[in-house]
Design a protein around this ligand. Structure first.
Ligand code: PEP
Ligand code: MG
Length: 975
């Protein structure tokens, strides 16, 4: 079949669909979808991403058949609009805009008012009775065509415009009279001729071809390439091109244009949030030249226009089930929607929006009724408009791990006194993105990147930002601009990253050349320190102490839903009582890895004791040194067990090679010599003896305990004695002793026997009941390959995927960073999709994990299985762990909520039918509920049929009450 490159939309119908993002780009798919759901969208057509990819690969030659298709669709557009492209009397004007499958705000090009010429501009003036508007439209086309299509200098044209306004003594474009615009058009055409040796094309077909090619080309413009690199956009190869009938917001006081969000993107509040300029075109809003009118004010002054927008807001959220960011224009009182997309939001807003969309109606019933009566809202939307627009599962699925990370953004510490704040406050701006940041001032994006490259925290200060600045904006901790509003480039981009940003700080007087600025009488130079409070919009001089903030109430609500939804348990990797408590606050359900060697580094005393143990030449001396370590370890374990309050705690026996602990310098050897009486020379000789060429594959892990059983004995004694003590204090305790780096079942068997002998003797003597588990880490390929035999001896497996990745891939986890980026950088070799030390290599290491689980469970059906490598807190890997039926993942305390979320998302993905559920319309909601129920039933039945049938209402209630109590407690603790 012949490939189709051009898709029409208009008059209530579109050839494309909202699901065709990859083919039509985000904007094209959006226009098709909006047309299909009945929104007032100006007609037009979309040229596919494939066509862009082809043209860029063939020196701007269009694919066969595309030209004929474009001509056909233009004819169709002319029919729908009743106007003709190039008509001298009543010309059809179109915009030509880019639109990739992933949002790249401001990165590619747009040409407006295409179709105007020396003749048709007069026709337009006559037809509209507004020559000022017609000549202004023509000068805009000349300006954009010259710069975007022909690549002429933007600043020269801007200067000409500026000079004209100065000469006339005018501040705003809207005040420039028709004759002056006409004069400027002549000037622009002359400049065009001088620069290109050609006349500005009067033929609209030449204009259209040039504009389409310019948009195709803009895919490879440096700013777009940088943006894709920074945002890691690697899976799309071009942009769609949207050619659409122009509508005008500058046709009088009943016209206007604006940008808005269906909810507040900073706080998530359920308010219509945005700005509008009366009698203006879109770029006037973005340029921030005039102060826009807030939508609240529009409601007061022009309720009719506001109600049209309100109806659109309801239709959008009902259909997309998401907060939308939209551009609109009123032309003589009639609303047109130019584009909509999922709105970027702060992490706080992400939680509030998700929770409120799932639990509260968008607008009240009476509003919905009024809008239907006014015929702005189709009747079929009336009921849905006053109900929640999504389900809880959709709310969970929408939150990203990064949203959680960003929730814990720094704020200025409350320890900084009011007086200090007052004395350091130098200016106020618009609080575009919350959170605080401090760093040294850089005045250009390059400078910011350079300073950040040296490891310095940077505050990027600009008059305004443009897409060229994204590299520096990314490198900076915070962004401060002199101009712009909440929808300016700086604000939109920074919000997407959750990066602290203040805009519109008019007190700044920046001198780029001198590398300094004056702010209310103070001079701040490049490299001076500033602190920004993006929540209040305040700028402080100097570096203030920052702390991590409280998450919003909706975080707890959503995490409550997450915990109900997930099957996978989430533990933490923690080695101190402080970390353990933090992890419990973050929702950890146990410790999956306590690295005991970390305890040996805690104080100089402990370091000396372990060093003494290592340099000991006899078992007796080694034992004596270990006896000195025992109380330290026991006390640590008591602290951890108490902090974990009955949750399981997996303690790993000593893992790293011994030489990591020995003195390296003569000075250190002499210090140790004083404590042990062993001569310094002998200590250094012993250190040399312990040296290994390849220590990570050497005398470490459980091999230490094979050769030095007294290490195992001391550690097991410390764990069990601590557990007994905690038990005696009336607390619950569940120790799990974990043996690292196993390579053979027999090796493990020897160590398990020794462990049990020590533990059982202590428990017997104490006369307490203390169940404990002994298991192993699966960190070597051999352990994984012989998992069946290993499981005969181990009561649990914990996949140590750091070492397992290292050993399976044959890549050093400590050194591979030097070249590994080439392996996962999409612009380089791109051999793997991600860094395999951060996101589990599911095709390789993952296979080993899956087969070890199958073999292990076959040998021991109740084998408990978890993961404690870095991957345990990485969302994609957590989802993998769910799919291979692990019991838990374990990760660092701050990643615990991320893992909880990913675990719930994995359960939802498993239960959700392939096609994504977009809206919460009744029938769809019912269908999803049915599927979810079915899957849950199947799971419960297959896991524990008896428990499932025995579960009474009462036990469910008690569980619920207990959980609520727990959540309340955790929240309290966080406070
Ligand atoms: C592992 O190897 O995955 C692991 C958790 O152990 P460590 O990182 O301490 O070697
Ligand atoms: Mg390891």
């Amino acid at each position: 079949m012949k490939r189709k490159y051009v898709y029409f939309f208009g008059a209530g119908k579109a050839e494309g669909k909202g699901s065709q993002r990859e083919l039509l780009g985000g904007k094209g798919a959006g226009l098709a979808e909006m047309t299909n759901i009945g929104l007032p969208v100006p007609a037009g057509f979309t040229i596919t991403v494939e066509a862009c990819e082809y043209a860029n690969a063939h020196e701007m030659k269009w694919p066969a058949g595309m030209e004929a298709e474009v001509r056909r669709q233009v004819a169709r557009l002319e029919k729908v609009t009743g106007k003709k492209l190039g008509d001298a009397k009543d010309p059809l004007l179109v915009s030509v805009r880019s639109g990739a499958a992933r949002s790249m705000p401001g990165m590619m090009e747009t040409i407006l008012n295409l179709g105007l010429s020396d003749a048709s501009v007069r026709g337009l003036a006559e037809r509209t009775g507004n020559p000022r508007f017609a000549w202004d439209a023509y000068r805009r086309l000349l300006q954009m065509y010259a710069t975007v299509v022909m690549g002429l200098n933007k600043d020269v044209l801007e200067d000409k415009l500026h000079a004209l306004k100065q000469r006339l003594g005018l501040e705003y474009d809207m005040d420039v009279p028709a004759e002056a615009w006409e004069e400027l058009c002549g000037d622009f055409k002359e400049f065009y001729r001088a620069q290109t040796n050609e006349e500005f094309p009067q033929n609209p077909w030449i204009q259209l071809r040039g504009a389409i090619n310019a948009v195709f080309r803009s895919w490879n413009a440096p700013k777009a390439v940088t943006y894709r690199r920074v945002e890691k956009i690697t899976d799309i190869k071009g942009t769609g091109v949207n050619v659409q009938q122009m509508v005008f917001g500058n046709m009088g006081d009943d016209s206007g244009t604006g940008v808005c969000f269906t909810r507040d993107p900073s706080t998530g509040e359920n308010v219509y949030y945005g700005d509008m300029l009366i009698n203006a075109q879109g770029e006037d809003v973005v340029a921030g030249i005039r102060t826009p009118m807030r939508l609240d004010d529009l409601q007061e002054s022009m309720p009719d226009m506001y109600d049209q927008l309100l109806a659109v807001r309801a239709m959008l959220e009902i259909n997309y089930g998401e907060m939308q960011d939209l551009e609109f224009t009123f032309e003589r009182g009639k609303l047109y929607i130019l584009q909509c997309r999922s709105g970027k939001r702060t992490p706080h807003a992400a939680f509030r929006i998700a929770v409120e969309q799932a639990t509260m109606p968008l607008i009240g019933r009476s509003d919905a009724r009024r809008l239907v009566k006014e015929k702005y809202l189709p009747k079929k939307y009336e009921a849905a408009a006053s109900r929640p627009v999504i389900m809880k599962d959709q709310a969970i699925a929408r939150i990203a791990g990064a949203d959680i990370e960003r929730l814990f953004y720094p704020i200025i510490s409350s320890d900084v006194s009011r007086d200090e704040l007052a004395s350091r406050r130098i200016a106020e701006g618009i609080n575009a993105v919350p959170g605080a940041a401090c760093g040294k001032v850089a005045f250009s994006a390059d400078e910011a990147e350079e300073m950040a490259g040296r490891g310095e925290p940077v505050i990027l200060v600009r008059k305004d930002t443009s897409p060229e600045d994204v590299g520096g904006m990314q490198a900076a901790k915070g962004i401060l601009t002199q101009t712009g509003g909440k929808t300016s480039h700086a604000a939109v981009v920074a919000r997407g990253w959750g990066k602290c940003c203040i805009v519109g700080c008019s007190a700044l007087d920046i001198d780029y050349e001198r590398g300094e600025m004056t702010v209310n009488g103070q001079t701040i130079r490049r490299g001076d320190a500033l602190t920004l409070d993006g929540s209040s919009g305040t700028v402080y001089i100097g570096e203030l102490e920052l702390v991590r903030p409280e998450p919003p109430a909706e975080f707890d609500t959503l995490m409550g839903w997450v915990d109900k939804r997930r099957r996978l348990r989430v533990r933490t990797n923690a080695d101190t009582p402080v970390d353990s408590r933090k992890a419990v606050e973050m929702g950890a359900e146990g410790i999956g890895l306590c690295r005991t060697e970390h305890m040996f580094f805690a104080t100089r005393e402990r370091q000396l004791a372990i060093q003494e143990m290592i340099v000991a030449e006899s078992a007796e001396r080694r034992k004596a040194a270990l006896d000195r370590l025992l109380p330290y370890q026991r006390d640590d374990f008591i602290g951890i067990f108490e902090a974990m309050d009955g949750r399981p705690v997996t303690v790993r026996l000593l893992d790293p090679p011994l030489h990591e602990f020995v003195p390296k310098t003569r000075e250190q050897a002499e210090e140790l010599s004083e404590v042990t009486g062993v001569p310094a020379d002998a200590i250094l000789t012993r250190a040399e003896q312990l040296h290994e060429a390849n220590p990570m594959l050497g005398h470490r892990g459980c091999r230490l305990c094979i050769t030095y059983p007294e290490i195992l004995e001391m550690q097991v004694r410390a764990v069990i004695e601590a557990a007994v003590e905690v038990k005696r204090r009336g607390r619950k305790v569940h120790p799990e002793i974990m043996i690292p780096l196993t390579i053979a079942a027999r090796e493990l068997e020897i160590l398990v026997d020794r462990t049990r002998a020590v533990a059982d003797a202590i428990i017997k003597q104490a006369g307490v009941k203390l169940p404990y588990l002994v298991g192993t880490m699966v960190e070597t390929p051999r352990a994984a390959l012989t998992a069946g035999a290993v499981a005969e001896v181990a009561e649990f497996f914990s996949f140590g995927t750091n070492d397992l990745t290292q050993m399976t891939m044959g890549l050093s986890r400590d050194d591979a960073g030097r070249f590994l980026p080439e392996y996962y950088d999409a612009d380089k070799a791109a051999i793997f999709p991600d860094d395999p030390f951060q996101s589990l290599d599911q095709d390789g290491v993952g296979k080993l994990v899956a087969s070890a689980i199958a073999d292990g469970r076959e040998a021991r059906p109740k084998l408990k299985i978890g993961i404690c490598g870095e991957h345990g807190g990485e969302p994609k890997s957590v989802k993998f762990c769910h799919r291979v039926n692990m019991d838990y993942v374990s990760c660092s305390p701050y990643r615990v909520p991320i893992a909880r979320l990913a675990a719930a998302q994995a359960a939802i993905e498993e239960d959700t039918p392939r096609r994504p559920v977009r809206s919460a319309r009744k029938s769809t909601r019912k269908a999803v509920r049915r599927t979810v129920k079915k899957a849950a039933k199947k799971r419960t039945a297959s896991k524990s049929p008896k428990r499932a049938t025995r579960k009474t209402k009462k036990t469910k209630k008690t569980k619920k009450a207990k959980k609520a109590k727990k959540t309340k407690k955790a929240r309290k603790a966080r406070r």
